[in-house]
Design a protein around this ligand. Structure first.
Ligand SMILES: Cc1cc2nc3c(=O)[nH]c(=O)nc-3n(C[C@H](O)[C@H](O)[C@H](O)COP(=O)(O)OP(=O)(O)OC[C@H]3O[C@@H](n4cnc5c(N)ncnc54)[C@H](O)[C@@H]3O)c2cc1C
Length: 248
């Protein structure tokens, strides 16, 4: 089975992100990057499918050379080969998805796995777009996978419950938190990753159809208000929660 996991290299959740001087990109200075957390579930799912069916696992990312750092981590987790669709240009979700789909069509995988969401811009668009461009079935927010006899049954997390769906390979799957417990890279895995290949490939040029005009941080939080320090403050507290904060 040929399994490809598409991964993104995103700012570490601990990083205090600053907006660049152009007002529409992130200032990369001082930013630590990491594998987008939902993509870890996708990698673990690919490794488990390989353990079940055999075959080969690939991690693929579209971006600049800095994505290699994160691709190397996937190799340390156990992925066999990595591909960097090398591009330094800014792309929107549509353009990223088209370039990924063009490369994936050439590779003809049995299963393409994604995180359900890239935690930097949270578009939640790329898995569905790739499936559409490839003409493949797509299952989103997957929390359980059961594959046998050429069929794949997935459990999806939906509002207030779970939905069970069945489809067949080849398929596009977007992983939700809880799908599995992603493994940590072992020391052996880290050493092996140093010699595993990361191949540069040229992504197709696709026009950008959605342009970012600006990005803004949320307004600074107002300082807290101390209404009183004993029970006599309760009526005023209730009034403020009701009339000002409008939460009760
Ligand atoms: C203001 C702004 C500035 C940006 N600046 C840059 C920039 O300077 N350089 C740049 O390259 N990108 C840039 N991007 C793109 C950004 O980093 C994300 O890659 C892109 O927005 C992800 O799209 P999404 O949020 O729709 O992804 P989602 O649809 O939420 O992602 C879902 C899944 O798709 C996969 N995926 C997402 N992105 C990639 C990828 N690149 N390669 C492989 N798989 C992927 C992952 O599995 C991910 O979990 C910028 C985007 C915006 C809005």
């Amino acid at each position: 089975m040929k399994l490809v996991v598409c991964i993104n290299h995103v700012p570490d959740t601990e990083t205090k992100v600053k907006i660049g001087t152009d007002g529409k990109t992130i200032d990369p200075s001082g930013v630590n990057y990491m594998l987008s957390p939902y993509d870890e579930f996708a990698i673990e799912a690919a490794l488990k499918l390989k353990e079940q069916f055999g075959g080969e696992t690939y991690a693929m990312s579209l971006g600049s050379d800095v994505h290699k750092e994160t691709l190397r981590k996937t190799l340390a987790m156990g992925i066999d080969k990595a591909i960097l669709l090398k591009d330094t240009a800014m792309r929107d979700s549509f353009s990223i998805a088209r370039a990924l789909a063009d490369e994936l069509k050439r590779m003809s995988p049995d299963c393409v796995l994604f995180g359900k969401q890239s935690i930097d811009y949270s578009g939640e668009q790329i898995p569905g777009l790739v499936a559409e461009f490839m003409g493949l079935p797509s299952v989103s927010v997957v929390v359980k996978i059961d594959a046998k006899d050429g069929k794949i049954t997935c459990e999806r997390e939906i509002e207030g419950g779970h939905e069970i769906v069945e489809t067949s390979f080849p398929v596009v799957i977007a992983a939700q938190k809880g799908l599995n417990e992603p493994r940590y890279p072992s020391l052996k895995g880290i050493m092996a990753a140093k010699t595993k290949p990361i191949e540069d490939r040229q992504p197709t040029a696709v026009p950008i159809v959605v342009e970012t005009i600006s990005i803004q941080k949320p307004a600074a939080k107002q300082p807290g208000k101390i209404v009183g320090t004993d029970t006599s403050a309760i009526p005023e507290l209730v009034r403020l929660l009701h009339e000002e904060a409008k939460v009760i």
